[in-house]
Each structure stands twice: as C-alpha cells, then as structure tokens.
Design a protein around this ligand. Structure first.
Ligand SMILES: [Zn+2]
Length: 262
C-alpha cells in the first residue's frame, strides 16, 4: 500500500503538471459516474489527504481516488496512447486543452463528488501526518491510545486514528522507538513523541525523495521492514516476522525481539 509521503509526492507532481489546465473531454469508466461530464472545467489543484488523492476543479467538483496496491495516475503526452494491455484497467481519462491526457489506471477507489462534500470520503480520517500543523499530533496520539487492547501496530495503521502511515513506516517507527508491535496501544508511552517523529520523517521523505514512480513504490534501506530472519542492523538478532494471515489486522509484521522487547 502506498505510504502517505508517496501519495503526497504524487499529488505534488500531478498538481505541478496539470493545475490550471482545462479538461476538454472526460471519460469516467465507473458504473456510478459513467455519465459525469467534466468538460469545460479547469483543474484547480491536487491535494493528498492521508493516502487519498483529491483533484479539484473550478466547477466545485472533486475527483477522489485511492491507489491502494494497484492504482496509478499519469499524464500522457499529446497523441500518446495507453498500451493496449493496460486499456481494460483504465478508469478515467481526462483530455486537457494542451493535448495531453490525464489517465487513472486500476484505481480501486474512484468517486466524483462536490468539493463541498469531500468530508463524505475523507471525513473519517484521523489527523493527517502530512496535513497542516493544525492537524494535532496530540489528538492522533490519543486516538491511537484509545485502541486500548489492540496491537499498537494495528492502531497506527488505522487511518481513522492517524492518517498517512503505511505498513513500512509503521514498522520502521516502532523499531526506531523501541516499541514492540504487539504491545497494547493503550499501554504504550511516548506515542506523541513517536508520531511527532513520524511527521518529521514523512515530511522529509516528501521533500528529499521525489519519485517518478506513480504507484509510489520505493525501496530504501530498512531497519526491520522486509528483513525477516536477517540480522538486526543494531544488535544482530534475527528479525522476527509474522505473516499477514497470522495477524488480526491482516498485515505482514517485522520486529527485533531484542530492540523491541515485549
Ligand atoms: Zn535489534
């Protein structure tokens, strides 16, 4: 799943590439929105909210999407077409007034709605680690702690409690703060410190790691993420791993049993 920082980079890239452009033809391949016509509307901006993408037009319309594991957005140069093998996965194509075409492929979530109704699709999200500073870390920490007896790793990934963390960041932050992922969320000290650090690292990643990759996938060096049975980079202990099907929240989990004691 894309991380919040990847989605923020994608939003910034699409914003730079297409804001100000006028849509001259729209094709939304979604049963609920097939009749939607965005022609004549100017793209005002792209924004990320948690891991959701919001593209707003001057007609007060928002195209809302979520990439999950599969989705991508790209901008085709004039006269450039999508490869035939990708065509069945096309969900939305917006031809722009300069001849380019904005295409969304394999988007598992795609909604077209009034901008004033965005709360219906992103209103459930907790404070956004990449949002404005008014999105309170203290509130996010309280929401994570409110998960009580739930594993802290699951609580950190619950976007209703705090928005923007994907599995990679959750694992790495828990390692860096010496917190065992299976500890009860309600009993973890220093959640506010951990989330403040998370915000700093995510913001840094948005600035320092410009990605050309529209899926937001990236492969930096990790402390624990993806390192099952390999020696901990800090203490040498083999990294522990639990497959997704053996966790209550359905996500692969890695940790160092020594650096992150139970
Ligand atoms: Zn270790």
């Amino acid at each position: 799943m894309a991380e919040g920082d990847s989605v923020a980079r994608i939003a910034a890239r699409l914003d730079a590439a297409t804001s100000g452009a006028v849509i001259v033809h729209s094709d939304v391949r979604h049963p609920r929105f097939a009749t939607v016509d965005l022609a004549g509307q100017r793209i005002l901006e792209w924004r990320a909210r948690g891991k959701h993408l919001l593209s707003r037009t001057d007609a007060g319309v928002t195209v809302h999407s979520h990439l999950r594991m599969t989705g991508s957005w790209s901008v085709l140069r004039p006269h450039k077409r999508l490869p035939a093998r990708v065509l069945p996965q096309l969900r939305i194509a917006l031809r722009l007034d300069d001849g380019r075409t904005l295409v969304g492929v394999a988007l598992p979530v795609l909604t077209v709605l009034r901008t004033s109704d965005e709360h219906a699709v992103v209103g459930h999200l907790g404070p956004d680690l990449l949002g404005p500073d008014t999105d309170s870390i203290a509130v996010a920490a309280a929401r994570v702690a409110a998960a009580g007896g739930e594993a802290v790793v699951a609580a950190l990934l619950d976007q209703r409690r705090v928005a923007g963390l994907g599995n990679m960041w959750a694992q790495e932050l828990l390692f860096l703060h010496g917190v065992n992922p299976w500890r009860h969320a309600g009993g973890v000290d220093g959640l506010e410190t951990l989330l403040t650090d998370a915000r700093r690292r995510l913001r840094h990643a948005v600035r320092e790691n410009p990605s050309q990759n529209t899926t937001g996938r990236r492969s930096p060096r990790h402390w624990v993420y993806g390192r099952a049975r390999r020696p901990c980079l800090r203490c040498g202990t083999p990294i522990a791993f639990r497959p997704a099907e053996r966790t209550s929240h359905g996500r692969e989990t890695w940790w160092c049993p020594v650096c992150q004691p139970d």
